[in-house]
Design a protein around this ligand. Sequence first.
Ligand code: NAP
Length: 247
Amino acid sequence: MTGPVLILGGTTEARELAGDLVGEHRVITSLAGRVRAPKPLPGEVRIGGFGGVDGLVEWLRTERVAAVVDATHPFAAQMTEHAVAATAQAGVPYLRLDRPGVPPDPAWTVVPTLAAAPAALTGDRVFLTTGRQHLAVFADCPQWFLVRAVDPPTGPAPARMQVLLDRGPFTVEGERKLLREHRIDVLVTKDSGGGATAAKLEAARTEEVAVVLVARPPAPAGVATVADVASAAEWVRTTLASRTNSW
Ligand code: NAP
């Protein structure tokens, strides 16, 4: 009998993978706890940080975890770094599920980090979709901001700001309507990939709204990585089958 599969979650792909595997294996999805009321997930769920690399190593050993799929968001770089280190220490197979980024468009301004985005803003009306956690970066900006987030922002924020609480899914038509209604000059988004990013970028293109795209943090080097849920599910099946056979 193998131990559970741990999915490091917080993304649509993590939810889909849990749904794919739950009838076959014991699945535990881990969430950071940033969203106040996360959508229900198939299988078991644990919430909150592990306490760094050492905490995760201990957790993997205590729960006798058989495999880890890191399906965290492409910008959750710290969790990924910890997971790579902890699984290596604990001797647990690790896979990174990393959805592809958006195909580049020469019309966009690409910035290396969120902190570089304020200097790249054009126009007065900004649509900000980079999450509620790092609004302080824009706190001194004179522009007006439409901030879309799942939960209300806290802490330092731009003086001229309207908050729109929504978690999608978003359509191109819906995004176009939003850009028009709020007379948006510039969209700021992370290169998160996935359908939600594609819809707003397509809307910006058709509405001739400027785009500031925050590039992804570097992916971990030298780890097994797949780009879609089906490949991750296949990796889990193969990995668990080989562990069962070797015990
Ligand atoms: P992060 O900066 O990489 O992680 C900071 C710390 O939060 C980690 O060291 C870990 O704490 C804890 N943590 C993060 N993800 C966790 C998980 N799935 N389960 C348990 N603990 C977790 O992460 P972040 O950028 O704040 O993102 C937090 C979560 O939101 C992630 O799960 C991610 O998938 C999701 N998310 C992030 C974004 C984004 O733009 N960053 C967007 C959508 C969803 P310990 O060191 O104590 O273990």
